[in-house]
Design a protein around this ligand. Sequence first.
Ligand SMILES: [Ca+2]
Ligand SMILES: [Ca+2]
Ligand SMILES: [Ca+2]
Ligand SMILES: [Ca+2]
Length: 244
Amino acid sequence: MSFKTVSTSHSKWLTVGLLFFAFLIGSCSPSEPPPEPEELTLEYLMSLSDEELMERDSDGDGLSDYDEIYIYGTDPLNPDTDGDGLTDYEEIYVYGTDPLNPDTDGDGFSDGQEVEMGTDPLDPSDPPFIRKNELHTIYFEPNSYDISDEASELLLENVEKLNHAVEFSLQVNGNAPDEELALKRADAIVAFYLEQGISHERIISSGIEADADSCEENTNSSNCKKSQRGESVPINPHPFAPEF
Ligand SMILES: [Ca+2]
Ligand SMILES: [Ca+2]
Ligand SMILES: [Ca+2]
Ligand SMILES: [Ca+2]
C-alpha cells in the first residue's frame, strides 16, 4: 500500500519535470515559426525559411511561394498578379508572357484577351487592327457625287488598311442635304472599294440626309462641309477593342 503511494508521487514529479523541460525547449527554440495566421500575409511568408517557402504554394497557381517571391517577383498570394486573366504560372510556363505586365506586347489588348481571341500576345501587329477614326473621310463638291483625285488618294489609303486587316468590314455613309444625293455618294464610294478588290460582303452602306439649311448661309462652314462628306467607318470583328 505504502509502496504504491510513493510510486504515484514519483511519476507525478516525473511528468511535471518533463513538461517543464518541453516548455524550456519550446521557448528556447529559435527556428519555430509563428502560428499561421487565419489570413495569410506576405509578412508572415517572409518569416518562413527558404525550405518551407519552396514547399508552399499559397495561392495555388502552380508556382511555389519561394519562386514567386525570390525569382519572378510575383505576388505569392494572388494567382494572377497583373490581373490580365492569365495565372502567373500560365504566363511563365505556357504563353511566355510577362506576369507583371497585363499587355506584354503593348498592342492595347491584354494578354488574357489575346489568348481568348487566339491572337499572339507577343506580337504587337497581331491582330491587325483599324482604329475607330483611322479610315479617311472624303468630301464632295456641293451637288456632286464625283470622287475627286484627292479623295481617291485617301480612299486608296483606306483600301491598303482594309487589305491589311482582312477580318474588318466597314460601314460607308454618304451624307447630303437630300437623301437621293446621299445614296449616290455612298454608292460611289462603295463602287470605288469594289473596283479596288474589297469584297462586297465586307461593305454596308447608307445615305444620310444631312441638315438641309447648313449650306445656305456659307458653303465653307463646317456644318456645310459635314453635309458633303462620305465616311468609311471600320467595324471591329473582335470581341474586344484595344485599351488605347
Ligand atoms: Ca503560387
Ligand atoms: Ca496574369
Ligand atoms: Ca497585347
Ligand atoms: Ca498581340
